[in-house]
Write a protein of this length. Structure first.
Length: 767
């Protein structure tokens, strides 16, 4: 049963995340290589712009798609004046600038970066040659300032791209999708006018989701309660946190600790906050019960839902229940948008949609992310889409800058798997065997050899800088290599039996923790293990080599310099009284470890340079290996709030309507707790500004880092023995640690004192 279970764990883990590649591998980004036809003199010469690599849980339902089926895709044209866009972004966001807070209109922004008329014409003419967008078919295309949205038949798209499309079915949830089955081509001369095309071969199915990770102890100690709302904190503790207990996080606890006046609620009619969700939805019944239990002043009238309810199709609700309940309880009585996107969409789609809204939310919280070097595919080779992750990130960052120029604050969870990460990472981070099975549930507490390598002797394709041919088990369980190798259940069934038998003197075995994730137990050191070969798979000792993949993985969009990255802390308490605030980690009894570190290729923004230089000036004795990060790149997170043991309500679906109760309460963990919490509080500050005739805060980061210089007491300095060297299940030998009185890659600038924050802003704005 455990072997079968691990197969489903692998499939599950590639559908989640909060994950990186090393700095020294920047040059290994898979830039798309144009493959030309033989006739180089032909001006109509075509190049491959995409070809599919199908995830293992997608199967071909119909070899040939119905030619009359509709498919939509976007042609992203070259943008102009990006230097001017960046200049205005920096000036309008800088609290020391003369034009701070003088935001632009969407028309002004579109006019600034719009693509050239010649680029539009060459692409539109090409579409027209396939009868796409002719007068009688004008509804097939929509032209925006810098991209073209096309929705037309498979027959026309197949002809346009000289390609074949198949209908695929997701074996996990039954969803179907028409996608490429083979290469797609465009004339070479078009590449001078476009950045890339999206919508032809992507399978974004759930891969970028940051789970809020239910506190798994709750099944053992009765944390969940019925709709009565009774119950207390999980009370969980482990051998690493000195026996301290947990305090259950509620709106009252948050407001008390972070110094938020209870009487402060939203009053400005045109103020707004918003939650962004991907293949996730919330229960209205659970929200109403939450509001009732905690006396939240709000109404249905100021809650707008944009997107389709996917609960009946099996999508998750816990993430969205958490997000909507805490952004609205912190930003009490402020109009809220819940904006939901389907499982075929990702960050660029979200940005395009929000930028088309007449009144987008002034503060937006995103609890989703994925390895920044895997943005173009999330789980497949970047080159299969005709664009690489850097291209995707660069284009997406331009859209984030547009939001900033509109005066919109975007907050993003920093990740739930520490510096090493899990989803999308290589797993090439040596596990600390003295911290064995840290979440509990295994038969032992220490191992002499915590990991081994499974190598596919037949080789594998190269994917995003991490080879598919090897699996570092179990640290890399969600890597592309482990996904491919462990997708064959016999590898950990028959193969592991042979490996264990050959090493029976070591009592080599796989044990499972409380979350059913695997751990390697051995009474021998790794160097003493006997290697075995099972079919084409070779089991051997793990040896750390910096060239085998990244130690650390930064998440995107959290790693974007144009959003506010929010990490997670946790409260240590005794007898229901908070004693201290530390970085959230499984070593202190949490179910996640707050994400943080440095981007692989995004440069360090000006607003962050002083703070990061201070960190390196004071922390030189406790740094990870220098090859594992670039100190001049973007650092995350920017700021933190508590992210452990939040009480939420969720529908149990007993009446087959997840929008209604009966509901249950349960504790959850995650940086996806801290981001909506802070977003709601920023909404309250905006409310005070707007009531006094001032503009909202907009992009927060330059303000935050200036605050830290001017009034450091605004931030609660997170110190103690806080490290993010663990993921949610494994602890690496390397990671980052907190640093006193400076920014650090664990909790950023720290958490906030809301009243001091508000006072600083009001004074800055002349109120």
């Amino acid at each position: 049963m455990k072997v079968i279970l691990i197969y489903f764990i692998v499939i599950y883990l590639i559908n989640i995340s909060f994950s990186l590649k090393p700095y020294q591998q920047q040059q290994q980004l898979h830039n798309f290589n144009i493959i030309e036809n033989n006739n180089n003199n032909n001006r109509n010469e075509k190049v491959i712009i995409a070809h599919p690599k199908i995830p293992p849980y997608w199967l071909i339902e119909n070899e040939i798609s119905n030619p009359n089926d509709l498919i939509s895709f976007k042609i992203l044209l070259k943008q102009n004046n990006l230097n001017k866009l960046n200049y205005l972004f920096e000036e309008i966001s800088d609290p020391k600038s003369k034009i701070y807070g003088e935001f632009l209109s969407i028309n002004e922004i579109n006019e600034l970066v719009k693509s050239s008329e010649s680029d539009f014409n060459v692409v539109l003419e090409y579409l027209k040659s396939f009868n796409i967008g002719n007068i009688e078919n004008g509804s097939e295309i929509k032209v925006f300032s810098d991209y073209i949205l096309v929705e037309t038949t498979i027959e026309k798209v197949s002809s346009m791209f000289n390609s074949k499309f198949s209908n695929y079915k997701n074996k996990n949830n039954g969803n179907t999708r028409n996608r490429l089955n083979g290469p797609a081509y465009l004339p070479k001369q078009l590449l001078n006018s476009i950045d890339f095309v999206t919508g032809l071969s992507e399978f974004f199915e759930n891969n970028f989701k940051i789970e809020n990770y239910l506190n798994n102890n709750n099944k053992n100690n009765g944390d969940s309660d019925s709709d009565s709302g009774s119950g207390s904190g999980s009370g969980s503790s482990n051998s690493y946190n000195g026996g301290l207990d947990d305090i259950l996080i509620t709106p009252k606890v948050l407001k008390s600790y972070y110094n938020v006046p209870n009487e402060l609620i939203g009053k400005f009619e045109n103020n707004s906050i918003g939650v962004i969700a991907f293949n996730d939805y919330f229960s209205m019944g659970a929200l109403e019960l939450f509001d009732e239990k905690f006396n939240i002043t709000t109404t249905k009238d100021n809650l707008k839902i944009i997107g389709n309810d996917c609960l009946g199709k099996g999508c998750d609700q816990y993430e969205s229940d958490l997000d909507i309940q805490y952004i609205r309880s912190m930003g009490e009585n402020i109009s809220t948008d819940f904006i939901s996107f389907n499982d075929a969409q990702w960050i660029l789609d979200y940005l395009h949609s929000v930028l088309l809204m007449e009144k987008p939310p002034l503060v937006q919280s995103i609890s989703y992310g994925w390895a920044e070097l895997l943005q173009c595919d999330v789980s497949n080779g970047c080159s299969t889409f005709g664009y690489d992750s850097k291209q995707y990130v660069d284009r997406t960052n331009s859209e984030f800058q547009k939001l900033a120029l509109l005066g919109i604050s975007v907050l993003v969870s920093s990740g739930d798997d520490g510096a090493p990460s899990m989803g999308g990472s290589s797993g090439n981070c040596p596990i600390d065997g003295t911290v064995y099975c840290p979440t509990g549930g295994c038969n032992h507490t220490k191992t002499m050899c915590p990991e081994f390598t499974i190598y596919n002797l037949n080789g594998g394709s190269d994917s995003g800088g991490s080879s598919d041919s090897y699996c570092f088990f179990p640290m890399g369980i969600a890597s592309s290599g482990c996904t491919n190798i462990l997708g064959d259940p016999s590898v950990l069934d028959s193969g592991m039996k042979i490996f264990s038998e050959k090493n029976k003197q070591c009592n080599l075995a796989i044990e499972y923790d409380r979350t059913n994730l695997p751990h390697v137990y051995s009474e021998c050191e790794c160097k003493d293990l006997v290697n075995v070969t099972f079919r084409n798979y070779h089991f051997t000792q793990y040896q750390f080599n910096e060239n085998n993949g990244a130690l650390f993985v930064a998440e995107y969009p959290s790693s974007s310099p144009f959003v506010t990255s929010v990490g997670a802390t946790q409260f240590l308490s005794r007898d229901e009284k908070i004693t201290t605030e530390v970085g959230c980690t499984i070593l202190q009894g949490a179910k996640i470890t707050t994400g943080g570190g440095f981007s692989s290729f995004q440069s360090q923004p000006k607003y962050q340079q002083y703070a990061i230089s201070q960190f390196f000036n004071t922390s030189f004795n406790s740094l990870p290996p220098s090859f594992s990060y670039c100190p001049t790149n973007r650092g995350v997170p920017d700021i933190s709030m508590v992210g452990h043991n939040y009480k939420i309500y969720s529908s149990d679906g007993n009446n087959k309507d997840f929008n209604q109760c009966p509901c249950k309460s349960l504790p959850v963990d995650g940086t996806s707790c801290s981001s909506p919490t802070l977003a709601g509080l920023i909404g309250l500050i905006n409310d005070q500004l707007l009531l006094n005739g001032k503009t909202q805060l907009g992009f927060l980061n330059p303000l935050l880092y200036q605050m830290a210089i001017d009034e450091p007491r605004i931030f609660n300095d997170i110190t103690g023995d806080s490290s993010n060297r663990c993921s949610r299940s494994y602890c690496c030998l390397y990671g980052w640690s907190t640093s006193s009185n400076t920014w650090d890659p664990v909790t950023g600038l720290g958490s906030i004192d809301f009243n001091l924050f508000l006072s600083y802003v009001l004074k800055l704005k002349g109120i």
